[in-house]
Write a protein that binds this ligand. Sequence first.
Ligand code: NAI
Length: 333
Amino acid sequence: MKQTITVFKGDGIGPEITDAVLEILDAAKADLDYEIFNVGEAEYEAHGALIPDDAFTSFEKTRVLLKSPITTPVGKGFRSLNVMMRKKYDLYANIRPARSNAAIKTPFENVDIVIFRENTEDLYAGVEEMIDKDTAHSIKIITRACSERIIRDAFEYAVKQGRKTVTCVHKANIMKLSDGLFRDIFYEISKEYPQIEANDKIVDNTAMQMVMNPQQFDVIVTENLYGDIISDLSSGLIGGLGLLPSSNLGKDFAMFEAVHGSAPDIAGKGIANPTAFLWSACMMLDHLGKQEVAARIRRAVDAVLADGNCLTPDLGGHGTTAAYKDAIIAKLA
Ligand code: NAI
């Protein structure tokens, strides 16, 4: 029986990259059925809900979501839909692999970093209040249970993927209790994995080291906010946000999305780079046990990037989303 997945089209460049990626999945014979929903700001303006009830119902049934970026309306009292989805479905493990591609020239070579970002707590827990009109408090929450599961996942991944090192990134020198707890748990769990080297770095030093010597990093495990910031940094090492995919995994649900946002500055121009979203779809295919299809798509992307004829402007080319997508489909054939 064909596997059904849920697809959210999102805002800005979301619909453009979704159409391109679904066409490529079909060309690769991924053999999937889709339940596709418009979600986000445009959907809210048209029908009054950012995510329609049917879309939630579909995800609760299929348990696999390919989600394109959603604009978070600023100043309208909305919580981020992305944060809401991660919390609602307990998608606690945000996994972001940043790998150099031989065809994309940056000042950094041989980068191969996988970031495990805790996705449900920290300053993203949404516990904020105005103490008075000139004072706002935002509470950072770190718990043993949530720290243990993301740290264990990072070590398990390292073992399964033949990785050598897991680095805990924190700011325990200042936030001695919260980040101190995360770091302590990291070293407790590391004892269960003697074959993996465990070390830790303070987040500001990590930012500098990632630029000076990114090759030293292998698997990184970190809290929500630091993970968000250093993963954008890691995308800069490999050629930009157009190249950084991610998975958001929980016990029961899985969501796959590019790390980038809805890129309103280039929306509708037909020049968005669909690679990050396509590689997110490949992570989804791996998750669904369709590793062979994922590998074929990755090879086709590598070949098109190596040809260099239709790279999108973010990668220094003059290509369009459509031309790039067609070139990948041609390679698949
Ligand atoms: P952004 O990631 O949308 O854009 C940052 C820069 O990267 C822009 O110059 C954009 O043109 C470029 N860029 C991003 N993706 C690209 C692609 N695929 N191809 C070519 N260029 C690309 O970040 P920004 O502008 O801060 O956020 C825009 C909106 O997206 C906001 O409403 C934000 O809340 C939302 N957002 C949503 C996310 C999600 O749905 N997962 C994640 C991050 C932001």
